[in-house]
Design a protein around this ligand. Structure first.
Ligand SMILES: *Cc1c(COP(=O)(O)O)cnc(C)c1O
Length: 359
């Protein structure tokens, strides 16, 4: 069995893949594949509503929140957020700069609105998160934006930021890995390729008060309210991704729900951080332990010239996808819900053995 530690597109649960395979040519006896049927058909309506319902139950989403299934990657939300939550170019929003993804969101938002970087972790090279008492929030901000888990650096918030304005969260790499208090948020979005489904779709969960603004220039197909009215079918949605997302939600339910995912996630990441911390400096993780990511364990080897050997030997041992992001170098082990606990265990064993042989 190959354990795939890719950051995204990422490993899918085997059960979900097998179910997709079994239904590929003929969905529930309709004689056609899901990818061949109209998004307006009764069959697809069933698939779409079923997926939404399952997500609403899993995350306990209030009924007045919109749940949108949108074409395209998470980065499209970097533009859709300011366009949909602001009325004009003079409006201001607060952003927390905690790593690569929030950095890109800030750059993009600046094209539309005035951005106040209320906190930046750049001074520490994104290894710790300055306390909220040091944030410089503005009174008239339209929203406060943050990235729950920075997938590239491997740093994660451990609580929800306090906010008096709508809170916007990029949860691309952490959704379905922990309990969420949805009411605290204005908008939550997540590209599906990390923890939900194949690449090409983004899910947005939107409070009623964040559906009613939008700049006049907002492209019609980027407009939350219009997509909401059209049940995310203003144009052809990514039907197959939507279908596979539904299978994933059912799988999470069958496995015991979000609480079980959360516990597994903690156990998997903790076991690897323990190996790092007990390696006498052979492996180094530079993130403040309070904010270490539970999804993406980013580390490097003290002897950097051993890194290629580490990756090569890991691959030979069926541990794939461990090469770090090009910005960071080193090693990154991404472990979303589909990564079995045995995968993390095998990686721990490999790391200990490697350190012994080369340390
Ligand atoms: C992967 C990722 C993105 C970008 O997703 P795309 O679908 O490639 O646009 C954005 N934010 C976070 C936190 C991510 O992990």
């Amino acid at each position: 069995m190959i354990y795939n530690f890719n950051a995204g597109p990422a490993m899918q649960p085997k059960a979900v893949m097998l179910e997709t395979q079994a239904e590929l040519l003929d969905w529930h006896g309709c004689g056609k594949s899901v990818m061949e049927i109209s998004h307006h058909s009764d069959e697809f309506s069933t698939i779409a509503q079923d997926a939404e319902q399952r997500l609403r139950l899993l995350l306990d989403i209030p009924s007045d929140y919109a749940v949108l299934f949108l074409a395209g990657g998470a980065s499209i939300q970097f533009s859709m957020i300011p366009l949909n939550l602001c009325a004009n170019h003079d409006d201001q929003a607060d952003y927390l700069h905690t790593g690569a993804w929030s950095g890109k969101a800030i750059t993009e938002a600046k094209r539309y609105i005035r951005v106040n970087t209320a906190m930046s972790a750049k001074n520490s090279e994104f290894s710790t998160l300055p306390d909220h008492t040091r944030w410089q929030l503005t009174d008239n901000a339209r929203y406060l934006y943050y990235t729950t888990n920075e997938t590239v650096q491997g740093i994660q918030f451990n609580s929800i930021p306090q906010s008096t304005v709508p809170l916007v969260a990029d949860m691309t790499s952490s959704i379905l890995s922990e309990h969420l208090d949805i009411k605290r948020y204005g908008v939550i979005f997540a590209g599906v390729q990390k923890n939900i489904a194949p690449a090409g779709m983004t899910i947005a969960i939107i409070s009623p008060d964040c559906l009613d603004c939008a700049m006049a220039i907002t492209p019609h197909w980027f407009h939350y309210q219009s997509q909401y009215q059209a049940h995310s079918m203003l144009n052809t949605p990514p039907t197959f991704n939507w279908y596979m997302a539904g299978l994933m939600f059912k799988w999470v339910e069958d496995e015991g729900g979000i609480a079980v995912m959360e516990q597994r996630c903690i156990r998997k990441s903790t076991s690897i951080y323990e190996v790092i911390d007990n390696s006498n400096g052979f492996y180094i993780n530079r993130i403040d332990p309070t904010y270490r990511s539970k999804l993406n364990v980013v580390f490097h080897l003290k002897t950097t010239k051993l890194q290629d050997t580490f990756i090569q030997e890991a691959t030979n041992a069926d541990l794939h996808g461990l090469k770090g992001h090009k910005l960071m170098g080193g090693i990154r082990a991404s472990m979303y819900n589909a990564m079995p606990e045995e995968g993390a265990q095998q990686l721990c064993n490999f790391m200990r053995d490697f350190a012994q042989r080369y340390g």
